[in-house]
Write a protein that binds this ligand. Structure first.
Ligand code: NAP
Length: 436
């Protein structure tokens, strides 16, 4: 029976679902050894450092990941960065196939004046900051003003807004990183704007996220009823309203028609507003928006502007992949054809392949599609390129599955004492020592 060796780069959802798809494809005629490489000493990618702490149910998918990792054909090499500790050229000859599951973690830029002023940050920094990603602990998040502005009408913007607009004690029972929790408790921010550049009907939020807004116990959520009605009229005039849009518009109607009031903390949605300039002397003080209209179904600049005084602007407008030495990237993604990196034994799954779209489960079907192609491409004779351990950096403490289980168990135990799902360690060296 042919036995193939597969390397998976990146221990996030795409990586684990790829390993699972490979495990599920095994038969009497086909088997795999799977080696997973991860640059951090912690696993689970966005499930750990992306999913909002107040959405713990989404994180339960980590149980699936740990089941995959417990299979005898799975080896973990954490704290190994491909492209610096280990080159892709050292990996490819040793495996029958290599699957890049490295996601996209650089925030897209707005490209407007003042964007680089202190106080203007990307969700690609803010989200890993509150989630305890070791590389983002030092991000400066000014929380001493009363107003924050989030740019973008997608679920990441919504996560950022909730984290700033929730009563911080609601986060005490979550796995929000301790440094962020402390800062959020001291935060003076009481008003959070979420700004969309197109109409309400074009927002990328999904209905479950909108439907939870009226349930927030300590935050008033505001959307102009007229904006929702106009969106409904435009959507109806444009033709058939699909199921998803109908569900979103109904969720908006419920928010608009049942405004909460009286809470100190407010989350307000504004649409048809394009960020034009961020102003301030040495730091963010104000953001200027261009007012848009919709003409013949197209968003047009009316020429009018308005501004919001703030010292925190968070842009949540999408992500690019961080380039990795030896891999060709295009448009912020690994250059690929349906997951195949043509002319190589490299494949890609997840955000590295298709860009930052879809929910965590989307990666499951994506992985299964790409694994089918990978199996089609396998040569009848498996490669015999030798074991990767010969070229692993000797000076590095490798986090294998046993070490990661120790880290995981230690964090969960530390959290239990405080009534939290886990207490995240954010220092790489301390994480490594927890694994010993
Ligand atoms: P997204 O859903 O693509 O939303 C990006 C938003 O940014 C859009 O509203 C877009 O507006 C806006 N935008 C882009 N460029 C802009 C610019 N230059 N100026 C102003 N606005 C701009 O991306 P995301 O929020 O980063 O989410 C990524 C993926 O993760 C999505 O599939 C999302 O559903 C998923 N996610 C899911 C959850 C969850 O399930 N709870 C949580 C977080 C993320 P236009 O439409 O006009 O381009």
């Amino acid at each position: 029976m042919p036995h193939y060796k597969i390397a998976i780069i990146g221990a996030g959802p795409a990586g684990y679902f790829t390993a699972q798809a490979l495990q599920n494809s095994q038969s009497n005629e086909l088997s795999f050894s799977i080696d997973m490489f991860e640059r951090l000493p912690t696993m689970w990618g966005l499930v750990r450092s992306g999913v909002a702490p107040d959405h713990p149910k989404i994180k339960s998918v980590s149980k699936v990941f740990e089941k995959v990792a417990s299979e005898p054909n799975f080896r973990l090499f954490g704290n190994v960065e491909v492209g610096s500790d280990l080159d892709i050229e050292e990996i490819c000859p040793r495996y029958d196939a290599v699957v890049m599951c490295t996601g996209s973690n650089l925030g897209k830029k707005l490209g407007i004046p003042g964007e680089d002023l202190p106080g203007s940050i990307s969700a690609a920094e803010f989200v890993p900051w509150y989630n305890g990603h070791p590389d983002y602990v030092g991000v400066e998040v000014p929380l001493d003003g009363d107003t924050a502005v989030i740019i973008g009408a997608g679920n990441v913007a919504m996560d950022c807004a909730r984290m700033l607009a929730l009563e911080p004690s609601e986060l005490d029972v979550t796995d929000t990183a301790e440094h962020a929790l402390k800062a959020l408790h001291a935060s003076k921010i009481r008003k959070v704007y979420i700004m969309g550049r197109r109409g309400v009907e074009h927002a990328a939020f999904t209905a479950p996220e909108l439907r939870e807004l009226p349930k927030l116990e300590h935050t008033d959520v505001i959307i102009d009823n007229e904006a929702v009605q106009s969106a409904n009229q435009r959507a109806s005039a444009a033709g058939e309203i699909d199921k998803q849009l109908a569900s979103n518009l109904e969720a908006w109607r419920l928010i608009a028609e049942n405004p909460q009031s009286g809470h100190e903390r407010v989350m307000e949605f504004r649409f048809l507003s394009t960020p034009k300039e961020i102003k301030g002397e040495g730091k963010v003080e104000e953001i200027v928006f261009g007012v848009n209209g919709i003409k013949d179904g197209k968003v047009v600049d009316t020429g009018e502007t308005y501004s919001v005084k703030t010292n925190l602007v968070i842009s949540a407008i999408g992500y690019h992949a961080l380039p990795i030495k030896g891999i060709s990237f295009r448009d912020g993604k690994v250059e690929n054809d349906n997951g195949r990196v043509l002319g190589t034994n490299i494949y890609t799954v997840g955000w590295a392949k298709r860009g930052p779209s879809g929910v965590i489960g989307t990666n499951k079907s994506d992985a299964s599609d790409v694994v089918k192609l990978l199996i089609e491409d396998l040569s009848p004779e498996p490669k015999n390129g030798g074991d990767i351990t010969v070229v692993l950096p000797q000076a590095k403490s490798i986090i294998d599955q046993v070490a990661w289980s120790k880290i995981n168990t230690a964090e969960v135990a530390a959290g239990e004492a405080l009534g939290k799902p886990r207490l995240k360690e954010v220092d790489k060296e301390k994480l490594i020592s927890l694994g010993q």
